[in-house]
Each structure stands twice: as structure tokens, then as C-alpha cells.
Design a protein around this ligand. Structure first.
Ligand code: ZN
Length: 247
């Protein structure tokens, strides 16, 4: 079994299409696991929701998904994000809204728990330091936790003396050992690690007792087509420009 792990797609259809095609070239996948923020910021929220649902899918809600359903959820957003939340809400059909409303904050399947931010605050917390990682490990009832939200790829291992962050290297393969791990695949639609290329992960289940392995990849995409659609939609220039810089 292989799963394509995506997060923070942010209505960037060209980026999502490039990621799916790249994963298919690398041996394919049986299902998609989506860690939230499928919509918000970008120009094609409905098409991203539709494309995801073309595959067997396990998905959780992100804060931008909730903001598109209820503007009050965007109270802590900056101006550009709040503007895009209102714009996104106007693009959604009843079907899109029903799908987004159905998303849980946390999903557990086998060895994996999926959540957008952290298990302490599923929609809000940026899991970026050892204290936050320890808090999520404390609440974790499975072996592995997959998070998004920060748009920054990482791996974090629950060592005997506490959590330890390690780089989730591009094209590296990380066998999952007997310890527990938290992983962030990075962002598909709005990377923030100074690399504008969409980032994603693949999980391959192991044979027998083997727990399997995670790998992370990046892919080029037609950024200018997404940016042109954002211009046509009148979305904030700051959101258009940041896609060039991966911030
Ligand atoms: Zn996000």
C-alpha cells in the first residue's frame, strides 16, 4: 500500500496536478492522505476539492477550510488571508461546502494519525519546537502523526530523551523504526521554506513486521498560470508574489 501525503494545497490546482503526476511517475499510490488547508489563498478551490475526491481519500480540516465555511474563523488572519477567505467562500458550491463540513479535525488509520496543526490544538498550533512535539506525542495513540499548517517539511522522532527534529531531506527515504515519529510533508500550494516548488511525501507500507518508509519529493509546476488566475480573480498581490519566493 502506498499513500500520497499532501498538505496546504491552498487552491493551487496546477501545483496539485504536478504533485499527483510526479507521484504517479514514482510508482503511483493507492490513496491520498490530505492534512488540511485544501482551500484558501489560491484561485481554484472547487477544482482542487474535486480533483482530490477523484481518488480514495482520507482528509482532515485545516483552519483555512473552516474559514471558507465560516468567516468568523478567520478573525486571526492577516488582511490578505482574510480577503482570500471571503473570496474563497464565494466560490464554493453547496457540494464543496458539504464536503468541507464533513472533514474531521483528526483522523486515525492504522499506524497513522492525521491532523492539520497539532494534537493539542488541531486547527491552530504550529508544531515547530520540541515542547510542541512532546505535547503531540503525549496525546498520540498511534505510532506516527502527520501534520501540516506551518508549510515547513520536517521529521521528528520520539527519542528516549525527548523529541528530536531531523531534516526531511528531498528525495531521502526514511524507514520507520520502532520509535514514534511526527512528519510534515511541506506545502503543495504555498511552500514557505524559500523553495517555491510544491513539496509532498509518499508512504510505502513494509512487508510483514516492517513498518514501511516515508520519502519526500518536490516538483516544478506552472507557477505563472496560477499567478495569472489569481490576478484575474483580483486576489491580493502579496499572495501572488509570495509564490515566486516560497515564503
Ligand atoms: Zn496552510
Amino acid at each position: 500500500m502506498r499513500a500520497l501525503i499532501v498538505s496546504d494545497i491552498h487552491s493551487n490546482l496546477a501545483a496539485l496536478e504536478a504533485v499527483i503526476a510526479d507521484a504517479q511517475r514514482r510508482g503511483g499510490f493507492d490513496e491520498i492522505w490530505c492534512l488540511g488547508d485544501t482551500v484558501g489563498y489560491g484561485p481554484e478551490p472547487g477544482a482542487c476539492l474535486k480533483l482530490l475526491q477523484d481518488f480514495p481519500l482520507v482528509a482532515v480540516a485545516g483552519n483555512h477550510d473552516r474559514a471558507a465555511l465560516n468567516v468568523r474563523e478567520s478573525a486571526d488572519f492577516n488582511n490578505a488571508a482574510a480577503y482570500s477567505a471571503v473570496w474563497t467562500a464565494q466560490q464554493l458550491s453547496d457540494q464543496h461546502r458539504a464536503f468541507l463540513s464533513s472533514l474531521p479535525e483528526v483522523a486515525t488509520l492504522g499506524d497513522f494519525t492525521l491532523v492539520h496543526g497539532s494534537l493539542r490544538a488541531p486547527l491552530r498550533e504550529y508544531l515547530l519546537n520540541e515542547e510542541a512535539a512532546a505535547s503531540t506525542f503525549g496525546r498520540l495513540t498511534s505510532a506516527f502523526c502527520l501534520v501540516g499548517h506551518s508549510h515547513l517539511p520536517f521529521l521528528c522522532r520520539e527519542n528516549r530523551d525527548g523529541p528530536g527534529f531531523v531534516q526531511f531531506t528531498e528525495d531521502g527515504v526514511f524507514p520507520l523504526d520502532e520509535l514514534r515519529w511526527i512528519a510534515n510533508p511541506g506545502s503543495v500550494g504555498q511552500p514557505r521554506d524559500y523553495d517555491p516548488r510544491p513539496s509532498y511525501a509518499l508512504f510505502s507500507k513494509g512487508e510483514g513486521e516492517q513498518r514501511g518508509a516515508l520519502e519526500r519529493h518536490r516538483v516544478e509546476y506552472d507557477r505563472s498560470s496560477t499567478q495569472e488566475k489569481m490576478r484575474q480573480a483580483g486576489l491580493p498581490v502579496s499572495l501572488i508574489d509570495r509564490l515566486d519566493h516560497g515564503v
